[in-house]
Design a protein around this ligand. Structure first.
Ligand SMILES: [Zn+2]
Length: 126
């Protein structure tokens, strides 16, 4: 999934929990669960898109609910994607496995729509 839905779901987790440890754990788990859902993505090395996506997600979070745990959840929800940049074998393998539905033939508009719905759902929880 692109960064914005991950950031928003992580932020929503942070908005509803009081424990920083659970926020981190559930935000990271949410990343892998969201990546299971068929979705459209751009290459992680497309820096302009990464910057725009990252900025959009965090601007929305800061504008709506800039609490510490909210920002912590938002940050750790994209942590697995950040770790893939360092080619850590275990993380890369787990991340690749989470995308097991990638090869299925879901229509592009459906893969975009699911990310939009996830984002709207998360925004409603912020
Ligand atoms: Zn990912």
């Amino acid at each position: 999934m692109i960064l914005t839905p991950h950031i928003l779901i992580g932020a929503a987790i942070g908005a509803h929990l009081d424990s920083w440890l659970w926020v981190i754990i559930l935000a990271v788990i949410s990343h892998f669960l969201l990546d299971i859902i068929p979705h459209a993505e751009y290459p992680i090395k497309d820096t302009p898109k990464v910057i725009m996506d990252f900025s959009l997600g965090f601007l929305l979070v800061v504008a709506l609910n800039p609490g510490f745990l909210v920002l912590l959840g938002a940050t750790f929800a994209i942590f697995p994607d950040f770790l893939t940049l360092f080619n850590i074998k275990a993380v890369t393998r787990l991340h690749r496995k989470a995308h097991f539905l990638r090869k299925k033939n879901f229509p592009f508009w459906g893969r975009v729509l699911i990310q939009l719905l996830v984002s709207i759902f998360a925004l409603a929880l912020l």
